[in-house]
Design a protein around this ligand. Structure first.
Ligand SMILES: Cc1ncc(COP(=O)(O)O)c(C=O)c1O
Length: 398
């Protein structure tokens, strides 16, 4: 069978390459410490799991769910948006997702016509670029550079968009993600305002991916884009239960936005999927409602904060170049290019190959895009002991 062009034109999936190398090392009996996965090692809070047991036993939950999500869950999300962000969204302005990845992947189909442009951050979560391409759009690279604290250069972007608007396509969509994967950069309201003004001026829908909204340290509180009043006109925001509640395997998240914008996504979803298992949605209500869960989340964030401190102390000791993250469970570290000369292979890949030889898996920055080259991502999703051992093992590469 001849694969479709959209599959053929995909860039090589570097993470699969890394997996192969890991499998090879494991087959030789090597003890591997995996610091590459964005999947928390901690369990889902007990009250949420128990709610799932209970709900799954009730046959009423066994039918097709609602396309947009259970009303009770959407009401609970509406309350959470008010309480956490002072943002007003009715239950009709909320749509439950099968994980935030699903919403990200489907949204471009609702707004991009073949030939239109979609902006994606580079480095960034790879699904942004792919989903623009799958919708027939042309991905527009938005570099996140170290000298700009991994925020986009809005003057540069403005020029790019003005130039593109001279052609046939129109720029319709922009993905933006803070707290950021993979750089762990955070954003302030001044910058968000600038982005919102840019989007309004150019009639672009922003898809603000806030998957790490609650995964913050040192008293940093991540904002919603809707703290900028005008964002309501030009943005939808996507949240996830995966990282906050250690629920990556459950596949549940949600999108928020005024009906006119959110309907772009709802229309696609109505035709492609049939929602999230009702018992999981009932458990998600528990995650949002329960005080015990709230305190467990706070405790978990302290655990990640401590792990971050341990890794950052070690990296400082080794003289590595990095910014101590205020959010996410990633540390974005510069690769010493003098040591890892750019030959036919990328320095970040080469660094990760050396780490695998030492029994440690890291993610090469280039896997997140061209501008990720020269960096590696360390995920603190293992126990403190394993992380410490892992970092010690790769000391000499630093
Ligand atoms: C920036 C970002 N957005 C979205 C997701 C997808 O999360 P999920 O589909 O589990 O909600 C991830 C997962 O790693 C991510 O890093």
């Amino acid at each position: 069978m001849n694969p479709a062009k959209r599959i053929q034109t995909l860039p090589p999936y570097l993470f699969a390459e890394v997996d192969k190398k890991v499998a090879k090392a494991k087959s030789k009996g090597k003890d591997i410490i995996n610091l590459s996965i964005g999947d928390p090692d901690l369990p889902t809070p007990k009250p949420v799991v128990e709610k799932l047991y209970e709900a799954a036993k009730n046959p009423d939950t066994h039918h097709y769910p609602s396309y947009v999500g259970m009303k009770d869950l959407r009401l609970e999300i509406s309350n959470r948006m008010k309480k956490r962000f002072n943002a007003d969204f009715s239950e009709d302005e909320i749509c439950v997702l099968i994980g935030s990845k699903e919403g990200i992947a489907h949204l471009p189909l609702g707004i991009i016509n073949p030939g239109d442009y979609g902006i994606y951050p580079d480095p960034g979560y790879p699904v942004y670029r792919t989903s623009i391409m799958f919708a027939g759009g042309k991905p527009v690279q938005m570099p996140l550079k170290q000298e700009n604290k991994f925020l986009p250069d809005m003057d540069e972007l403005n020029k790019k968009i003005k130039f593109l608007s001279l052609g046939k396509g129109k720029t319709k969509l922009m993905f933006l993600n803070y707290p950021n994967n993979p750089t762990s950069a955070t954003i302030d309201l001044k910058f968000l305002k600038e982005v919102v003004e840019f989007a309004i001026e150019n009639e672009i829908l922003i898809c603000y991916d806030n998957a790490y909204s609650e995964m913050t340290f040192d008293n940093y509180v991540a904002p919603t884009i809707f703290e900028i009043k005008e964002a309501r006109e030009t943005a939808i925001e996507i949240f996830s239960f995966s990282k906050t509640y250690n629920m990556t395997g459950w596949r549940i998240g949600f999108a928020v936005g005024k009906s006119e914008n959110l309907n772009l996504l709802k229309k696609v979803k109505e035709n492609f999927d049939s929602g999230v298992f009702n018992a999981i949605q009932i458990a998600a209500i528990e995650a949002l409602r329960s005080k015990d869960v709230e305190s467990e989340v706070r405790k978990n964030m302290k655990i990640f904060e401590e792990r971050r401190n341990v890794v950052c102390e070690k990296l400082e000791e080794f003289g590595a170049e990095f910014e101590k993250p205020k959010a996410t469970f990633y540390i974005w570290v510069k690769v010493n290019k003098e040591k890892f000369k750019v030959t036919e292979e990328s320095p970040s890949m080469k660094f990760c190959d050396k780490a695998i030889e030492k029994g440690v898996v890291l993610t090469p920055g280039v896997g997140f895009g061209e501008y990720g080259e020269g960096f590696v991502r360390i995920a603190i999703t293992q126990s403190r002991e394993r992380i410490t051992e892992g970092i010690e093992r790769i000391k000499e590469i630093f």
